[in-house]
Design a protein around this ligand. Structure first.
Ligand code: ATP
Ligand code: MG
Length: 258
């Protein structure tokens, strides 16, 4: 990979893009993962490429939900594996969540490749690969329904970064609490999840790890209060208003270049 100079105005975005391309070249990321990433980038542009206040509210609620769960699972696809392998492992450790490799375009080789990336980052157990990956979500057709009988199938809460709407809907239908990380506040995933963190997965994961650490010794009643006061529809509305106001300001100024 060519070195991207720090002085490049889009250095960080380009570095992330290279991680996704590298992941595809090593059969961790699916081809469609490249397109999904591009869609995410476009929304990140609209958000100003920073973690917004509504995203911070969602991160706090997500941390509370993970800590209150009896059996939380982090669902990992190719994109999230190559973007934040260490943060996924750390989040699992601090929240007591299981890690499950679970992908839209299912192939044993790619599941193994994802598992390897996570193990190299320190994961001791990666579900979704091998013989226990034979559970089924009844609401979804074909191979996309396969989940691990020790993972998502028996989970009460599932964290789904960069996920498709059909699967989010199916997880809700079978009673899971769904926490999504999705840059598009209008996607079906964002609209259907219980808690939607509208932020770049790369920025949100370290913050989520920190928030779980911060809330870890908080009494359950306090955590429940955080969840009770959280309103996902309202928070998504706040994200849209933020984009609207930002675009209005730019439109009036006539340029994004300062
Ligand atoms: P949906 O099926 O939920 O309506 P979609 O069909 O538009 O969404 P998918 O490809 O199914 O899109 O899902 C991928 C989602 O992940 C997209 O909404 C995209 O914006 C988002 N996304 C991509 N990269 C990132 C990232 N790095 N961080 C957060 N979200 C991302
Ligand atoms: Mg989709």
């Amino acid at each position: 990979m060519d070195e991207i100079p720090d002085s490049h105005p889009r250095a960080e975005s380009l570095r992330i893009r290279h991680k996704i391309i590298h992941g595809m070249e090593h059969n961790v990321v699916a081809k469609a993962g490249l397109i999904a990433h591009g869609r995410g980038e476009a929304f990140d542009y609209l958000l100003g490429e920073e973690t917004t206040l509504p995203a911070k509210k969602a991160i706090k609620a997500a941390a509370a939900a993970l800590l209150l769960s009896k059996y939380p699972v982090i669902s990992v696809n190719g994109n999230s594996a190559v973007l934040t392998p260490h943060e996924i492992v750390e989040l699992a450790e601090v929240s007591g969540a299981k890690i499950e490799a679970n992908i839209f375009y299912r192939s044993p080789e790619r599941l193994e490749a994802i598992k390897k990336v996570l193990e190299e980052a320190g994961a001791k157990e990666v579900l979704g690969v091998g013989e226990t990956a034979n559970g089924e979500i009844p609401e979804i057709s074909s191979v996309r329904r396969v989940v691990d009988t020790r993972g998502i199938l028996i989970a009460d809460t599932v964290l789904v970064p960069i996920e498709d709407g059909d699967r989010t809907q199916a997880l809700r239908k079978i009673g899971k609490t769904v926490i999504a990380v999705d840059l598009n506040p209008l996607s079906r995933t964002s609209q259907l999840a219980n808690i939607t963190i509208v932020d770049n997965h790369v920025r949100c994961m370290p913050l989520l790890v920190e928030e779980v650490k911060k809330l870890k010794n908080t009494p359950k009643e306090e955590l429940k209060k955080i969840l009770k006061n959280y309103d996902n529809k309202k928070v998504l509305g706040e994200v849209l208003k933020l984009i609207r106001d930002r675009l209005k300001e730019i439109a009036e100024k006539g340029s994004t270049i300062t």
